[in-house]
Design a protein around this ligand. Structure first.
Ligand SMILES: [Zn+2]
Length: 229
């Protein structure tokens, strides 16, 4: 039971990290991650030089709650180069996170970077990297799923299932439009996380059940990223 995508008032979320963690406990989660925006001009986000103090703040909470829930620390990076100056990012600092999420990868509407460009930075980031709420069915409609899976495996890139209707079409989360991809994932090395992209609604912390049902339906329990945390 995980929720690995939550924003706090350290970027554009409403609640402080502690309240997100406490909500995670209330909803019976085993793993919760704080993943604030980092260095995007799109919304309030952690500034370039604020990353290490952010990590320190979450680490203190992680230790405080270690007997109750596993608290992980990540960030979400907007992959649009007009909004995020990737050249300014310290990959060494970034590598001290538990994982890094990239949003809008291969997303033309939001002007996200193509996957091949992310691969260029991937080797500099020494922690797991994931694609947040990606509309795989649309963004990779011209890629054979077997090839995409091979690239994700080779580059240790995980996929987030985001059940939040913030990231949906026709009132359904994006992953429902990529069933062909997910039905090919079982038996692969590609890891899967669940993250609801919590911002202003604390109930969203526990809103993981549609994704859990989806994982169950496609037999993806062995792909869950919690096995490495
Ligand atoms: Zn987010």
């Amino acid at each position: 039971m995980m929720n690995l995508h939550n924003h706090t008032n350290l970027s554009d979320g409403r609640y402080p990290p502690r309240e997100i963690i406490e909500a995670g406990i209330e909803f019976g989660l085993t793993h919760i991650a704080i993943t604030d925006h980092y260095m995007t001009s799109k919304v309030d986000s952690i500034p370039y030089d604020g990353l290490l103090s952010y990590i320190e703040e979450i680490k203190v909470l992680s230790e405080e709650f270690q007997d109750t829930i596993k608290v992980l620390c990540g960030v979400e990076i907007d992959s649009c180069k007009d909004r995020t100056d990737v050249s300014k990012i310290s990959f060494e600092d970034l590598s001290t996170l538990d994982f890094v999420l990239f949003e809008y990868v291969q997303n033309d509407i939001w002007n996200g970077m193509p996957l091949w460009e992310l691969l260029g930075n991937r080797e500099n980031i020494k922690c797991p990297v994931g694609l947040a709420h990606n509309d795989i069915g649309k963004n990779f409609s011209h890629t054979r799923y077997e090839e995409l899976i091979a690239v994700l495996e080779a580059n240790n890139i995980f996929i987030e299932l985001c059940p939040s209707l913030r990231n949906s079409k026709l009132n359904k989360p994006y992953y429902h439009f990529a069933e062909g991809f997910f039905s090919s994932l079982s038996g692969s090395e590609v890891l899967i996380s669940i993250g609801t992209d919590t911002h202003s609604n604390i109930k969203n912390v526990g809103n993981i059940h549609d994704a859990m049902d989806f994982i169950d339906r496609f037999g993806l329990e062995d792909n869950l990223i919690t096995k490495i945390f």
